[in-house]
Design a protein around this ligand. Sequence first.
Ligand SMILES: Cc1cc2nc3c(=O)[nH]c(=O)nc-3n(C[C@H](O)[C@H](O)[C@H](O)COP(=O)(O)OP(=O)(O)OC[C@H]3O[C@@H](n4cnc5c(N)ncnc54)[C@H](O)[C@@H]3O)c2cc1C
Length: 427
Amino acid sequence: MTRGTALLIATHGTEDQKKKYMEKILSGKWTGTMVLTEAGAGSDLGATRTKAERNQDGTYSIAGSKMLITGGDTDLTENIIHFVLARVKGSPAGIEGLSLFLVPKIRVNPDGSLGEPNDVKTISIEKKLGLKGSPTCHLNFGEEGSCIGELVSKENHGLPIFFTMMNESRLISARHGSAVASTAYLHALAYARERLQGTEIGAPRDSGQVPIIKHPDVRRMLLQMKAYTEGVRILILYASYCIDRERMSQSKEERQKWESRTSFLTPVAKAYGADMGFRVTETAMQVHGGYGYMKDYPVEQFLRDAKAHSIFEGTNGIQALTLTGRNLGQDSEGLFKGHLEDIDKFCKSNRKHQTLAGYVEILETAKMRCLTCRSFLSTCIRRISRSCPLRHPIPGAFWRRNCRLVAYVAGGYCPGPADSTGSRKWD
Ligand SMILES: Cc1cc2nc3c(=O)[nH]c(=O)nc-3n(C[C@H](O)[C@H](O)[C@H](O)COP(=O)(O)OP(=O)(O)OC[C@H]3O[C@@H](n4cnc5c(N)ncnc54)[C@H](O)[C@@H]3O)c2cc1C
């Protein structure tokens, strides 16, 4: 979160803001937070009620109540820089009227030294299922009418600016999901090699207990965990590779190409990473049997921690909704089709490949299913929008399944992105 706030200032802050805040944040002296959620505004940020009122000196007075704020308060650092989403008096309703404010916990003097407290009150630390090492707080801004914030960029540009940070945060969330999954898998593997129970299938009764890894059902669980963990990892690596290519692009066309791959893959990687992270930790608990459910082993903590990833940085339902816009919406030509073209190119060059041919066939079948699913959903949307009497079940019920399918196909393709020409040696 703190890194993301530094990125936000670097990209959208004034020279003065960069000078005042960046070094302290990047050196770890101060931390940063992302302050969006309110009791009545979670996924629906358009319902934000926190207000900002312009002061004569160009600053803004902030007033409102925010909840579930990661790192909302701590005494580990001397200051916290909150990035608060609020509506300036007179701005339009909905997300178009939101602006972004930089609100320090302790005011910062022009020379960078600390001033007075800034009327930011910590009402409570939320009582969470997991992630106990991070204080998630309910904060009140401007209870006494003296909370001062600085505008970042322009009024009513809050949400697009936040997305500078959100796309990165979404991939970070996917990385956390993948890291927890990976460690849960390794713990399960170690346990399965040590835990003695039952005899091997087909062995004489008195042949003695064997490690549970010898049992086919346990091996199945371990292999599934390994496959999901590696699938998520490769998807994240590919999304990150697209970001690198976008940043290093030499021409407008090239930048647009990689930008569209990033936009398409970020919600997929986030939702898939979070969902699979949780599923893998749940399987790790199963491998541990009853001991896994107890606090003696760390998997119960992994399971509690992993769940949050499908809820924050936009719930997985919202990621699936975002993907639907990118998959089926007006921009889908450049986004979805561009991605499919990459896959086609890769398949074409590797159809006769000694090692990859069998996998390429599976990938092509999966890609066709993805296209069928997309065309089914498009038909549903068209029928609903034309109020056709023969209505399909509401297609929104399938967004998440569609997102999962896209993730499987994207993950299946990922080994080849750096070399869609097929010249890489795979053997
Ligand atoms: C551990 C943790 C840390 C957090 N840290 C922060 C933080 O630092 N800063 C911050 O601002 N917030 C933070 N949050 C809050 C988080 O971003 C919100 O919980 C999240 O945006 C969802 O909002 P909500 O809880 O109000 O759920 P709701 O928006 O009420 O959603 C409930 C359910 O309805 C679904 N839903 C809602 N609207 C739609 C729709 N239009 N289409 C389809 N499905 C929909 C959701 O997918 C979800 O399944 C944190 C949350 C947690 C758990």
